[in-house]
Design a protein around this ligand. Structure first.
Ligand SMILES: NC(=O)c1ccc[n+]([C@@H]2O[C@H](COP(=O)([O-])OP(=O)(O)OC[C@H]3O[C@@H](n4cnc5c(N)ncnc54)[C@H](OP(=O)(O)O)[C@@H]3O)[C@@H](O)[C@H]2O)c1
Length: 287
């Protein structure tokens, strides 16, 4: 049961590689040098070569602010590339799990459920939404999993960014008027593998942290855990997002909820506090 993971050095790709190894599943994680989503021929060639039973697509243009000025690149990878991979997986008879984002949602309040209306506020979100549509069109049995605020002990994410900043400042301004559901990459990877090995679920599914929190609240929790472990920590100064302008507009509340997850996985969401403790333990052990 060969598993092809699109993405290699990304945080979710790495977590999936580790989870597959722990379960004894043969997995090939392909970075962009082996399979470039912007190049459909390389996507078809990789799928034809590996003949996977399961494809999990974690690869994406994820630089939300850069996407505003690199719209063509974001759409080539997140929309056309995702569609090309879905078509290749369908052609090979492979199960497909495609990862999408809470940023398909716009104004309004969370928790956002699978059937809620989508209205992306930025180019990244629009490109990922177009990706969802192309994936569903190319692979009618694809499972499309939207997640949010993914973090781990490695890679670029909110946890590693906060600890890096805390190494240089005593106080950090963090936005307090935008809410998310933080999601531990390792727990999400385990869930995605379980869902990928069950051929039945398809369509849209939300899978994210269980409890919504503002970014400032999340930062405070990160620093409490960091202090306990002797890791860099700082005071959090809650600020409105108007004081932290960025190129891409973000939704004020893109916390995800699910009407399907309990039936499929027996949980309503992932425990991000436990996931944060694991990530901080790993960072403390690596010092
Ligand atoms: N991070 C979040 O907070 C968050 C929130 C919601 C949804 N998501 C979604 O979750 C998924 C995984 O995100 P992540 O946090 O693991 O992202 P990440 O750490 O930024 O990793 C991105 C991955 O995409 C690959 N990639 C980029 N351009 C590519 C291309 N042209 N061809 C092939 N691969 C390419 C990278 O390849 P290399 O291995 O070669 O570097 C890398 O493995 C994405 O679909 C993202 O949209 C993430």
């Amino acid at each position: 049961m060969t598993l092809l993971i699109a993405g290699r050095s990304g945080q979710l790709a790495r977590a999936l590689t580790a989870a597959a190894k722990a379960r004894g599943l043969p997995a090939f994680a392909l970075g962009r040098s082996e399979m470039d989503l912007a190049d459909p021929a390389s996507v078809r060639a990789a799928v034809a070569r590996l003949r996977p039973a399961i494809v999990i697509n974690t690869a994406a243009f994820t630089a939300v602010d850069d996407a505003e000025t690199r719209k063509a690149d974001a759409f080539a990878i997140n929309a056309a590339g995702a569609g090309a991979l879905a078509a290749a997986a369908h052609g090979a008879g492979a199960r497909l799990v495609h990862v999408s984002t809470d940023y398909v949602f716009g104004t309004g309040a969370g928790p956002r459920l699978e059937g809620d209306p989508v209205w992306p506020l930025n180019v990244y979100g629009a490109s990922k939404l177009e990706g969802e549509r192309r994936v569903a069109a190319a692979h009618p049995r694809a499972l499309i999993v939207r997640t949010s605020g993914v973090f781990s002990a490695t890679g670029q994410n909110f946890v590693t960014a906060m600890l890096r900043l805390a190494g240089t400042r005593e106080e950090i301004g963090v936005v307090d008027d935008q809410r998310t559901t933080p999601t531990p990459a390792d727990a999400l990877a385990g869930l995605l593998l379980d869902l990928a090995r069950d051929p039945r679920p398809y369509g849209l599914l939300h899978a994210a942290g269980m409890e919504a929190v503002s970014w400032a609240g999340f930062a405070q929790t990160i620093f409490e855990g960091a202090r306990e472990r002797g890791l860099p920590h700082a005071r959090v100064r809650p600020i409105p997002s108007s004081q932290f302008p960025r190129p891409a507009r973000r939704p004020a509340d893109s916390a995800l909820g699910s009407i399907r997850l309990r039936g499929l996985a027996g949980v309503d969401g992932l425990d991000w506090r436990a996931g944060l403790a694991r990530a901080l333990d790993a960072l403390a052990a690596a010092r």
